[in-house]
Design a protein around this ligand. Structure first.
Ligand code: AMP
Length: 216
């Protein structure tokens, strides 16, 4: 199983697709966004430092994020493969990852980029709602809760993530275009990039991703 990178703008469906890959290949997902959000929730030193950047839609400084990933990749469950979700997001991070993996005698086998146009991203993210209590996700248009403000599963209050507000989404897309798109070129130059059309039925996108991984 190759070590994978899953790239794509916010709202490309990386999280959903990642879950499918975890189920199929039984390898862990390493999501810097999830790790950072959990640090913010727990009010750790890392979380307190990261929050201001995240709320603005800006990138958390490379040193902090690289440290998180380096530590996480040492965990035993990453020994027979992993999926990096939301990392690397800058060329500096990609280079740091390469050095770390070299020291561990590992390498990236494939970088998958799920491509979705900006207009579609804005529609998807600005409608996203999350349950404050259990974390269940909804979408006001595509998968609404029966009661607009309440979770169907636990009755918790639904809210919009600060970084899903339209202005912040636009800032995140700008960051993606300016700082993260060059990372695609980094892996393309190494012959490791495969692009997947991220618009369409979820099942078809999953199938295309699996075909890319299995070389079909
Ligand atoms: P995500 O859920 O992957 O969209 O991440 C949410 C936020 O966490 C981003 O908007 C950034 O502020 C921060 N973040 C996540 N991953 C990284 C990364 N690799 N480098 C810098 N900031 C990150």
């Amino acid at each position: 199983m190759p070590n994978l990178i899953l790239m794509g703008p916010p709202g490309a469906g990386k999280g959903t697709q990642c879950q499918k890959l975890i189920d199929r290949y039984k390898i862990p997902q390493v999501s810097t966004g999830d790790i950072l959000r959990s640090a913010v929730r727990d009010k750790t030193v890392l979380g307190l430092e990261a929050k201001a950047y995240m709320d603005k839609g800006a990138l958390v400084p490379d040193e902090l994020v690289v440290k998180i990933v380096v530590e996480r990749l040492k965990d035993k469950d990453c020994s027979s493969g992993f999926i990096l979700d939301g990392f690397p997001r800058t060329i500096k991070q990609a280079e740091a990852l390469e050095n770390t993996l070299k020291q561990m005698d590992k390498k990236i086998g494939l970088c998958l980029s799920i491509d979705v146009p900006n207009k579609e991203v804005i529609k998807r993210l600005s409608g996203r709602r999350v349950c404050r209590q259990c974390g269940q996700g909804y979408h006001v248009e595509f998968s609404p809760a029966s009661n607009a403000n309440k979770c169907d599963k636990c009755g918790g209050e639904l809210y919009q993530r600060d970084d899903d507000k339209e202005e912040t989404i636009k800032a995140r897309l700008k960051v993606y275009d300016e700082q993260t798109s060059p990372v695609k070129e980094f892996y393309k130059a190494k012959g490791l990039l495969k692009s997947i059309d991220g618009v369409g039925r979820m099942e078809n996108i999953t199938e295309n991703i699996i075909n890319a991984i299995e070389g079909k």
